[in-house]
Design a protein around this ligand. Structure first.
Ligand SMILES: NC(=[NH2+])NCCC[C@H](N)C(=O)O
Length: 646
């Protein structure tokens, strides 16, 4: 029995990842570790573990969360002790402590020059302080490196505090109440009805979904908004087009695609007509008249538009659900209230912001900032514009939500536009204009289906799924065992698309590459999924070890350098979230998850679970299980659905 288990571990640990080893999937959670059925285990906070160890908690400094974040606890300790050694106040030391780039430089470091001690040589000070610094219960080593002092956390301490914390907090590990009673409105995705859902919308969706999850984890109440492009002259055109070419059946079946087809055809009509027809007969003229009726609130004219909108939203809801995104509200340009827009136009006039130019109303923003140029807020025919609707909408939103922060996730092509919008609101005297944030991102090149050029999100996801499916089919025997291959292929495919998108800084452009993205090797979405499913398999193979056994394991048995690096990485996770909220970069989390999974993979060779004494097996399983939990948390934060088997 033991020998069999041992050889199984050997087999697993020597297994290089091979896509055709995809065998069966279940997205259901392992019952013992299910976030849904886990028996309530009371949370063992980092600080409550200290009491058990009879270690005195360092004085908590402002802005630290030692209960949830062991790195904060260490910051508190280092700040207090370094204050004694250096005479600098702890409050000044705390914010000067930095992360290290690599763990061989310690877990935290302080650049001595940051403390601005007059007339002192930073190198000498670093050497003296390192020499005098008491390691205490918290640190294993303190060393000077040029003008830096490097602090190494004591692994035994991390094992004893962090593992029980992860194993009892589960999906909550990483979360902390950075803010209280604060609301963030996050607007993202915002596609245009009857137009393709292009790469820009996909990026906005992915980044916005992530930011919403992140802010929630850090204590914000988050309102997720989709601001649909559902208003404007093109909806007059679409209605005319639908009279000519629409099909009820096609509309019901696939509203997004059908409306797009109709839109393309009616635009062709306009092209063919040129200016051969008088305004009253031309497609253009008819569309304009139709939209005017919509703006005037003509119920008949609005009826068909509302149907287009409702059916499109139904379809969007479905597609977003595949990405684990659920909106609090599908608003859109059409929802900007008349009152707010009129108020805004009135205020433009009163504040002397606007001027007339050939019947149109303009705001000259160069007075405030040269780069901002001018913007039109009302056309000569009195119809509203994108900008006016955005201004009205922002006013409506503040009334409705009283947000503390409002984030717009919009492509960098609209950098100027967004800056204008924010400036206009500021000039209108809205105090909350300072709480508006534009999170921008670069372009995706070459995102198209293999067949055509026009893209809808659904098509991209379907195509990725099919591609994954093909890879899975390359191993017939394994494939035959898969219960729901389509579902696995879908989830792994979605991870491929999303991770490719979140891997680099937002502002970078990137090229949409099928081969690269769907590969199981290298830093890809499928690799993360594989890493998660493999950790699940470790848990399944040791199902005789209960949660309690893991929790009460003797962590002093964890000694191997690979285990030490892993616990140091696991300890960083709460800080990674806090850092990601500073940069608003998903890449911060993605990079961390790859570091983590690489380290887990190094552990497999040296830290076996099967075939060990029960004590050692329990301690190691606790470590793997914690790593699995952190990976799970990171993946779901990004919007992925981790698979249990593949
Ligand atoms: N409040 C806003 N303007 N949000 C951005 C909307 C994006 C717009 N629908 C587009 O596709 O370009």
């Amino acid at each position: 029995m033991l020998r069999r288990a041992l050889s199984r571990v050997q087999r697993i640990s020597s297994l290089k990842f091979n896509p055709s080893s995809l065998c069966s999937v279940s997205v259901a959670f392992h019952p013992r570790f299910s976030p849904l059925n886990t028996r309530e285990m009371s949370v063992l906070s980092i600080t409550s573990q200290l009491q058990k160890m009879s270690v005195k908690e360092p004085e908590p400094l402002e802005g630290s969360f030692p209960e949830q974040n062991v790195v904060d606890l260490m910051r508190n300790y280092v700040s207090a002790e370094l204050s004694k050694v250096s005479g600098v106040s702890a409050d000044l030391i705390y914010p000067a402590l930095e992360w290290t780039n690599t763990l061989d430089r310690g877990d935290l470091l302080i650049p001595v020059p940051r403390l601005r001690i007059k007339g002192a040589n930073p190198k000498e000070l670093a050497a003296v302080w390192a020499e005098k610094f008491p390691e205490g219960d918290f640190l294993s080593k303190v060393e000077a490196n040029g003008p830096f002092v490097q602090f190494f956390f004591k692994p035994e301490f991390l094992f004893k505090t962090v593992l029980p914390n992860i194993l009892t907090r589960r999906e909550q590990y990483g979360a902390m109440p950075l803010v209280q009673n604060k609301k963030a409105v996050i607007e993202f995705s915002s596609p245009n009805i009857a137009k393709p859902f292009h790469a820009g919308h996909l990026r906005s969706t992915i980044i916005g979904g992530f930011l919403s999850n992140l802010y929630e984890k850090l204590g914000w109440e988050v309102v997720r908004l989709n601001y649909l492009g559902d208003w404007g002259k093109q909806f007059g055109l679409l209605a005319i087009g639908f009279e000519r070419y629409g099909s009820e059946e096609a509309l019901e079946n696939d509203p997004i695609k059908h409306l797009y087809d109709v839109y393309v055809r009616v635009n062709k009509d306009i092209e063919t007509e040129g200016d051969t027809l008088p305004e009253t007969e031309s497609t253009h003229g008819l569309a304009r008249a139709y939209f005017k009726r919509m703006e005037d609130g003509d119920e008949d004219a609005l009826k068909i538009w509302k149907r287009f909108r409702d059916l499109s939203i139904d379809k969007y809801v479905e597609t977003y659900a595949r990405l684990n995104i659920h909106y609090d509200s599908y608003s859109g340009e059409s929802q900007a209230s008349r009152d707010s827009m009129e108020l805004a136009l009135k205020m433009f006039a009163e504040k002397g912001l606007a001027h007339e130019d050939r019947g149109a109303t303009l705001i000259d923003l160069t007075k405030f900032n040269k780069k901002l140029g001018k913007t039109i807020v009302q056309k000569s025919d009195g119809t509203t514009l994108y900008m006016t609707r955005d201004v009205g909408t922002a006013i409506d939103r503040y009334k409705k939500y009283h947000f503390d922060k409002m984030i717009y996730v919009i492509a960098c092509q609209q950098d100027l536009y967004t800056a204008q919008l924010f400036e206009v609101l500021k000039q209108l005297g809205y105090e909350w204009a300072k709480d508006l944030v534009h999170i921008n991102f670069g372009m995706v090149q070459g995102m198209s289906t293999r067949k055509g050029t026009v893209v809808f999100l659904d098509n991209i996801l379907e195509e990725t799924r099919d591609k994954m499916h093909e890879v899975m089919k390359t191993n017939e025997a394994k494939y035959a065992q898969i219960e729901n291959p389509n579902e696995v292929a879908d989830l792994v495919g979605i991870s491929a698309v999303m991770i490719q998108d979140m891997q680099a800084k937002r502002i970078n452009n990137y090229e949409f590459k099928w081969e690269r993205m769907t590969s199981f090797e290298g830093d890809t979405g499928p690799y993360l999924q594989y890493a998660h499913s493999r950790l699940r398999s470790v848990e399944r193979n040791a199902s005789e070890i209960t949660d309690e056994m893991c929790l009460n394991a003797d962590f002093s048995l964890l000694k191997e350098p690979a285990a030490v690096i892993l616990i140091r990485l696991l300890s960083q996770y709460p800080d990674v979230l806090r850092n990601a909220a500073k940069t608003n970069e998903p890449a911060t989390v993605v990079t961390y998850l790859f570091k983590l999974t690489h380290q887990v993979s190094s552990c497999y060779d040296v830290l076996w679970v099967a075939g060990q004494t029960p004590e050692l097996a329990a301690a190691r399983l606790a470590l793997y299980s914690s790593a699995r939990q952190v990976l799970f948390n990171g993946m779901t934060l990004l919007g992925l659905t981790p698979v249990d088997r593949m």
